[in-house]
Design a protein around this ligand. Structure first.
Ligand SMILES: O=C(O)CCC(=O)C(=O)O
Length: 303
């Protein structure tokens, strides 16, 4: 955990909002590899993000209607079920993730929320990038392509994103904070996240290729898996977690869509170890390149 650089800095509750009251929360992050901040986002930010997700569903429905793959767009169905209804009529087109589509005004509020950037700055320093891996996930009921298996995010960087010549140690040294936040209540029955506390300290696990995702090998998982904890969150809550923490998403056994967002910040002085470079969230070195506002964000593309 050498990368938690700015531990000497005292968090100012006025600046960072009500969710983080003391440095105890960040101590917990170091010990367990994650920290939950309940009620972190104001209602307006959550609403804007849900509107953005609703816009993605509108676009998806419009495309399938234009391609005559569906005859009803289920526009009157609630956010929680609309995508599932559409996909019942076009299962082969069911999306599992949205990334390039996230340059929407509502997502600016989420990714560049100043109190969140203050916390991340405390952990990573003042050169911050939004890592090129920001996502909205609609986890459809019983849908294998959205069932993310036990992994470390660093496992994907090591095994899948071989854009650069990097070792497990180089990946382990990435100074990154992952953030996960639901757009509907996330519980065990609809596919909340599970973490294994402390596993961010044990280095790179072996990951096996499965049909849709990587999975930590049984040998590396078995000693720890009985310590798994379910991370049940409500809209507005966030969990920050370490890039090397063992985590998975449970299956969605409900009849509704488990909508969630996940994204990452990185010390911008480091390489992303990918061919894409993300977007600057804060910088003293290159202030002109920082994403300025929602208009700036919507004018940019995934990179
Ligand atoms: O949302 C999920 O089910 C999985 C998300 C995940 O693995 C991540 O954010 O790294």
């Amino acid at each position: 955990m050498a990368w938690v650089a700015n531990r000497g800095r005292v968090l100012d509750p006025e600046t960072i909002g009500v969710a983080v009251e003391t440095n105890t929360d960040l101590d917990r992050f170091e010990a367990t590899g994650y920290v939950i901040l309940k009620g972190f986002y104001p209602a307006g930010v959550v609403e804007a993000a849900r509107d953005a997700a609703g816009e993605l569903v509108d676009r998806f429905a419009n495309r399938l209607m234009a391609e005559r793959k569906i005859s009803r767009d289920h526009a009157d169905a609630p956010f929680e079920t609309r995508l599932a209804r559409i996909c019942e009529d076009a299962p082969d087109d069911a999306p599992h993730i949205f990334r390039k589509e996230l340059h929407l005004a509502g997502m600016y509020e989420v990714f560049f929320h100043p109190p969140l950037l203050d916390i991340v700055e405390t952990l990573l320093g003042d050169e911050l990038r939004l890592y090129p891996n920001y996502s909205i996930r609609p986890k459809l009921p019983d849908h294998a392509p959205t069932l993310v298996l036990w992994h470390q995010d660093g496992g994907y960087t090591f095994k899948v994103h071989r854009d650069g010549d990097h070792s497990a140690e180089t990946v382990d040294a990435l100074r990154m904070i992952n953030v996960w936040s639901p757009l509907v209540p996330a519980r065990e029955d609809n596919g909340c996240m599970q973490f294994i506390p402390g596993t961010h300290r044990i280095g790179m696990a072996r990951h096996e290729n499965r049909e849709y995702y990587l999975e930590i090998s049984q040998d590396d998982l078995e000693p720890y898996v009985d310590q798994a904890v379910s991370i049940e969150l409500d809209p507005g809550d966030i969990v920050l977690f370490h890039n090397m923490l063992y985590h998975q998403g449970l299956p969605n056994r409900s009849g509704e869509v488990r909508w969630s967002m996940d994204w990452r910040y990185q010390d911008a002085l480091q390489s992303t170890l990918r061919s894409t470079r993300g977007h600057l969230a804060r910088s003293r070195l290159c202030p002109d390149e920082v994403v300025r506002d929602a208009d700036d964000w919507t004018s940019r593309v995934f990179q």
